[in-house]
Design a protein. Structure first.
Length: 304
């Protein structure tokens, strides 16, 4: 098979059709066997579930630390001094915020007995952010130029998926399996298609899965195959999409094992975020433009 643009589009179409069919079929199964599956595999002491509880959300938490040096370094492309300063401030802040949130929430340091949770997160935010800017300063300028639009896109995917996920959690108000298990009472179980309207408590935020939603942010990596021509090959794209899918599936299963979610929760969390990724990918790159035209955006062109 020749590695042409047409072949790559067919691969992408086939991937999406298969993904939709698999999710639809599994959601149908989950409508009948959600509770039974959780009872069969749920084990909160399982190391697999505990491990991915800590690292499963990493794709979401990594976006800001990675985008930070990209935005900071791209400030040099603008003639307008105010724009340069603004971008550098934004870039630096994103790095600190990214590492801080990751340490404070994502890695859950309080669960592994690190004293001074907030102080530790603040420290890591400064050190991690500064280290990221230093590493970014050594990356080739042409590479950083190509990554700017991707960085903005990745942040958009992360933010939109986070907002949508939280809204759906409040709307559905589905009780978590682990809370039913702790009470040894499963009367609170409801099928995934029933909307309960939640009360904001963590106990009733089972649907959809936040961890699986965050894990699905890993698909932003797939766009790099379009941005860098050397990676724009069928084998590379198939490998990247396959590994991303595998990671999301592993995290999804770990949430069932960890008793935090039902099968349908993880399916919805992962697939909704993937749909957001597909929609925003089309919005950002539908015309095949993967790089911002700095000459059109510079202060000089704006009459500064």
């Amino acid at each position: 098979m020749q590695d042409t643009a047409s072949d790559r589009k067919k691969l992408y179409l086939i991937f999406n059709i298969v993904a939709f069919a698999c999710v639809a079929a599994l959601m149908a199964v989950a409508a009948f066997y959600d509770l039974a599956l959780s009872k069969a595999v749920g084990d909160r002491s399982n190391l697999f579930g505990i491990f991915f509880e800590v690292v499963g959300e990493s794709p979401s938490y990594l976006i800001l630390p990675i985008a930070s040096p990209i935005i900071f370094c791209n400030a040099r492309n603008f003639d307008n001094k105010k724009i340069r300063i603004t971008l550098r401030v934004i870039g630096a802040l994103l790095g600190w915020i990214g590492y801080f949130v990751w340490m404070f929430s994502g890695s859950k340091p309080s669960k592994i007995d690190i004293p001074g949770n907030t102080v530790f997160a603040v420290f890591v935010g400064f050190v991690g952010g500064a280290f990221g800017l230093w590493v970014g300063s050594m990356v080739d300028k042409k590479v950083m130029d190509r990554l700017l639009k991707w960085a903005v896109f990745a942040i958009a995917v992360m933010l939109v998926s986070l907002v949508v996920n939280q809204i759906l959690k409040l709307l559905w108000g589905r009780m978590r399996y682990r809370d039913m298990q702790a009470a040894d009472n499963y009367d609170g179980f409801t099928p995934w298609y029933k909307v309960n309207i939640g009360n904001g408590k963590e106990t009733y935020k089972s649907f959809p899965s936040g961890h699986t939603s965050s894990a699905a942010n890993i698909f932003v990596i797939a766009v790099l195959c379009d941005i860098f021509p050397k990676w724009n090959k069928l084998r590379v794209r198939a490998l990247v999409n396959g590994l991303c899918t595998l990671f999301v599936c592993v995290v999804a299963f770990s949430r069932i094992v960890n008793c935090a979610h039902f099968l349908s929760d993880t399916l919805a969390g992962g697939y909704i975020t993937y749909l957001i990724f597909v929609i925003l990918r089309f919005a950002f790159f539908s015309k095949g433009k993967y790089v911002y035209e700095f000459k059109e955006l510079s202060g000089e062109e704006q009459g500064s």
